[in-house]
Design a protein around this ligand. Structure first.
Ligand code: ADP
Length: 386
């Protein structure tokens, strides 16, 4: 070997050694950084041997959350020490799949503290491979979701309570209104009987008062009927794809007599299909159309326009009329059951129609509102999801 070749060889060796030193330093820094990330992370970490299910390493967050003094208490233990029995079995099953897939994602598990308290967590894991490409370690990342779960449970409980109270209330209204019908029928029967059988013996004042009883009990019977119908809305519901145009046609058919009498024109164009409750939607249009016909002007044939405007994830329906309109101050209570605009004694009604309408819209998780100009006309809107 020449002297020149010897010099070149040693220069290359020095270069190689430098490169190795540089890479080692890089590795040290990366390990320091990784260790820092692993250890000081606000989430819990555990490194598991996927072949045995034993803990190889863990971070301080896991140690403190589980109530242990040091990592030593966890390292070299089987996963069953830090997870509930059920979750340990789940994890053993997941580790089998993990060896093939190299990842576990978003699995719900329950950790067990030293004192036996449970911590619900979301488990994600990634694999560490050796040079031969074989999975040797599994790094678990565990995010505590106990608070979220607690909030979810509390929300679920509140919803169930609310549903139960609602059911009880509906049942109460239903039973009450059903039971009230009977004594009311007796009052009506007795006042009619008095009027017919004792008409000669009654003074005009007496007849007038019996007339009041008859009229008031008739109104009350209608109100009880309305209340009963109101409590029944929403029972046995089945959501289907509803052709709104079709339901409007059925509602128009049911209102045929009134449409003819008032010589009304009803215009509806391209009404969509929506996900909803068919019978209830028909009742909704029947109520709103019925009102548009009922609250029309005396000498003006009603013109009613039904339209639907598409929004990103909902439909806004509108029913516009050229009727008597509503004063601003009367709008606030309009949807409350039995509320009627004053001085409309000549228009028959019980004040339940719009309460029905609101309940139906709410069943569809929607909203209902009205815009009106007194003496010009009203437009009722309701918005429901597509
Ligand atoms: P009812 O028609 O039996 O009184 P509703 O609950 O259907 O009961 O309506 C409540 C009140 O709202 C009515 O008494 C009426 O004064 C007013 N109203 C409803 N629809 C219209 C309308 N299209 N135009 C004017 N007023 C209306």
């Amino acid at each position: 070997m020449s002297k020149e070749t010897q010099i070149t060889g040693s220069t290359n060796l020095a270069k190689l050694e430098q490169e190795v030193a540089r890479l080692q330093e890089k590795l040290r820094i990366s390990e320091t950084n990784f260790g820092f990330l692993y250890d000081d992370n606000p989430v819990m970490h555990a490194t598991i041997n996927p072949l045995t299910g034993y803990v190889v390493n863990c971070n301080s967050m896991l140690v403190s959350n589980l109530g242990y003094k040091s990592k030593k208490a966890i390292i070299s233990s089987h996963v069953s020490k830090i997870f509930t029995e059920r979750s340990s079995l789940k994890i053993i099953g997941l580790l089998d799949a993990f060896l093939k897939l190299g990842a576990i994602s978003s699995e719900e598990v329950t950790l067990l503290t030293k004192k036996g308290k449970k911590i619900q967590a979301i488990l994600n894991s990634r694999a560490i491979y050796n040079e031969a490409g074989v999975v040797v370690k599994s790094i678990f990342t565990l995010v505590d979701i106990s608070e979220i779960k607690k909030a979810q449970r509390s929300a679920r409980r509140k919803k169930e309570d609310l549903e139960r109270v609602n059911r009880d209330l509906e049942q109460f209204v239903s039973i009450c209104s059903h039971d009230l019908q009977e004594p009311l029928a007796t009052i009506r029967f007795s006042s009619d009987f008095l009027m017919q059988k004792f008409t000669d013996e009654l003074s005009s004042k007496g007849k007038e008062y019996i007339g009041y009883i008859h009229e008031a009990s008739g109104r009350m019977a209608e109100q009880i009927k309305g209340l009963l119908e109101h409590s029944r809305i929403g029972r046995d519901l089945k959501i289907t794809k509803v052709d709104v145009q079709e339901q409007v046609e059925v509602a128009k058919y049911d209102l045929k007599k009134r449409i003819q009498e008032t010589q009304a024109t009803i215009i509806s164009e391209n009404l969509p299909k929506v996900k909803g409750y068919k019978v209830e939607l028909r009742l909704l249009f029947q109520n709103l159309l019925g009102n548009a016909l009922k609250y029309s002007k005396k000498d003006l044939a009603p013109i009613i326009k039904i339209a639907a405007k598409e929004e990103q994830d909902s439909w806004v329906f509108s029913i516009a009329d050229n009727g008597i309109g509503i004063k601003d101050e009367d709008i606030a209570d309009l949807f409350t059951i039995f509320s009627r605009v004053p001085n409309q004694e000549n228009k028959e009604g019980t004040g339940v129609g719009l309460a029905h309408a609101e309940k139906i819209v709410k069943l569809h998780e929607g909203t209902i509102w009205v815009k009106s100009q007194f003496g010009v006309g009203s437009t009722f809107y309701f918005k429901i999801k597509k």
